[in-house]
Design a protein around this ligand. Structure first.
Ligand SMILES: O=P(O)(O)OC[C@H]1O[C@@](CO)(OP(=O)(O)O)[C@@H](O)[C@@H]1O
Length: 480
């Protein structure tokens, strides 16, 4: 039976503004699986993905509730014949489900993830009944994995990052964790035909097989589609802006300019920078269809793919203008953008919100892939970064992403790790802070760099697409 859906206000549907028409349903995604099967990673990814799409989601981690009473239990605590352990674990699950039900009372809250092993049929039935009574739909998501290499790498991950083992000897932690898994294996029941009345998605061996049962509506299928694209194999994503462009030098936005001399130098140094970070790992390079990204990637010895979806935010009628010129010609728009940069859409162009929508297939493809290096643009990079780091819509459009810097993102069970590697090639800063007219282009340049830059600006004037005066701010701020 399909659970009752709640109607809020006069509408039977909510629109989150990114073109996602979500039915007015609330869904509890119930994780299922033995420890070290990547459940927490999946749970956190689902929350971040939905948040990125403006669908309010929250993870309720039963382990966190259990830790308030039992911060660092040993494996014996998880033995089902340990009565006190069982009582405390049940109490933790009840507290998490209670909090989740309370959280669902706010009309904006749509999807909760209940992150725990939920390894027995009675436990799952109990969760379903609690949710049914509250009019909350359930999807059980099982991560089932018998590949030793993946389990071992997850154990290593949990052992080094879980608060359960913080400050403990890693050897001892690994042994205890293996013991804990054995305790769970004794009682673990996989999702099967006994639970055919439930909505579930069973992901076997990191997506080599996916079994789906009774998906009921649009929002559920959207979550499941995302889950089908996920894998939990360890990997990194590298992102870099293109090298400094002629437009960056003159402070103009948008366009399809060539790289400056320093941008070309960055392109030459990028393979070394990537090698320093990625070693000999195989990589695929994704660029936009604009010249500055293709030129930046040209020396990279990997397979390359150009995506239209990675093109820079379309600045519409402001394309080719400097921020100062935009403020002069379109003062109201300039102010409106500063007030709500994420939602502001350039006249005839795009907003950050629009960019997020067109990046969704990129995110899906990224999730399916292993090591990828993306060479893209300031606004697009901010959106991709926000997806991995869970940055808010208020902050992400203002994030500082310097030119000539390679960012490595490594998704881990509890967070995404970040590493920034700077090339020893100077560049202007295109970052503009809220309320300011111009990007921060001040920097110290050597005489030769200055000469190079002047040649670049002269070149820029030669081509019709770049036929603009060098920005007075650059000329004034350049110090030989
Ligand atoms: O959203 P803001 O902060 O204006 O940043 C986006 C801008 O970044 C720029 C540089 O100023 O990207 P890019 O370096 O790819 O050219 C502009 O083209 C683009 O309009």
């Amino acid at each position: 039976m399909r659970p009752a859906t709640r109607t809020r206000g006069s509408s039977n549907a909510v629109t989150n503004g990114v073109g996602v028409q979500a039915e007015d349903t609330r869904i509890c995604v119930v994780m299922v699986g033995l420890p070290a099967r990547g459940k927490s990673l999946i749970a956190q990814k689902v929350v971040r993905y939905l948040g990125w799409l403006s669908i309010t989601a929250k993870c309720f981690n039963v382990g966190n509730y259990r830790r308030t009473a039992t911060p660092q239990p040993n494996a014996a605590f998880f033995d089902t014949s340990n009565k006190e352990g069982e009582r405390l674990r049940k109490a933790a699950a009840e507290a998490a489900v209670d909090d989740m039900c309370k959280w669902f009372r706010s009309p904006d809250n749509l999807i909760a993830i209940l992150d725990a092993t939920n390894s027995t049929k009675p436990r799952r039935r109990w969760i379903k009944e609690r949710c049914d009574a509250e009019g909350i739909e359930t999807i059980f998501v099982e991560s089932k994995c018998d590949r030793e290499d993946i389990i071992l790498s997850n154990i290593l991950e949990v052992k080094t990052t879980s608060p359960d083992y913080e400050g403990l000897d890693p050897e001892h932690a690994a042994k205890d964790f293996l013991e804990r898994i054995k305790m769970y294996e004794r009682v673990y029941e996989t999702l099967d035909e006994d639970e055919a009345d439930m909505t579930y998605c069973k992901i076997i061996n990191v997506g080599s097989q996916v079994i789906i049962n009774r998906i009921q509506d649009y929002l559920q299928s959207r979550v499941v589609y995302y889950l089908m694209n996920l894998h939990i194999k360890p990997r990194s994503i590298w992102i870099s802006r293109h090298g400094e462009s002629m437009y960056n030098l003159s402070g103009q936005i948008g366009g399809d300019a060539n790289l400056s001399a320093r941008g070309r130098k960055y392109a030459e140094e990028l393979p070394t920078l990537v090698k320093r970070s990625a070693g000999d790992s195989p990589l695929t390079v994704w660029t936009s269809t604009l010249k500055r990204t293709a030129q930046t990637a040209q020396h990279l010895p990997y397979e390359k793919l150009a995506w239209k979806a990675l093109d820079e935010l379309d600045s519409g009628v402001c394309d080719g203008l400097t921020y100062a010129e935009i403020e002069e010609k379109y003062p109201r728009d300039f102010k409106a953008r500063d007030e709500d940069k994420y939602n502001y859409r350039y006249l005839g162009g795009e907003s950050y919100r629009d960019v997020v929508i067109r990046l969704e297939p990129i995110i899906m493809e990224l999730e399916r892939s292993e090591n990828i290096l993306i060479v893209t643009h300031q606004a697009v990079l901010r959106c991709i970064y926000a997806y991995f780091m869970g940055s808010t819509q208020e902050k992400s459009p203002w994030m500082e992403v310097p030119l000539h810097c390679l960012i490595r993102l490594t998704p881990r069970a509890y967070k995404t790790e970040e590493e920034r590697l700077f090339a020893d090639v100077p560049a202007v800063s295109t970052w503009r802070e809220k309320g300011s007219k111009a990007a921060h282009q001040v920097q110290t340049l050597s005489i030769s760099e200055c000469a190079e830059m002047c040649t670049d600006i002269a070149c820029a004037q030669d081509t019709p697409e770049n036929s603009r005066r060098p920005s007075p701010s650059i000329a004034a701020q350049t110090k030989p």
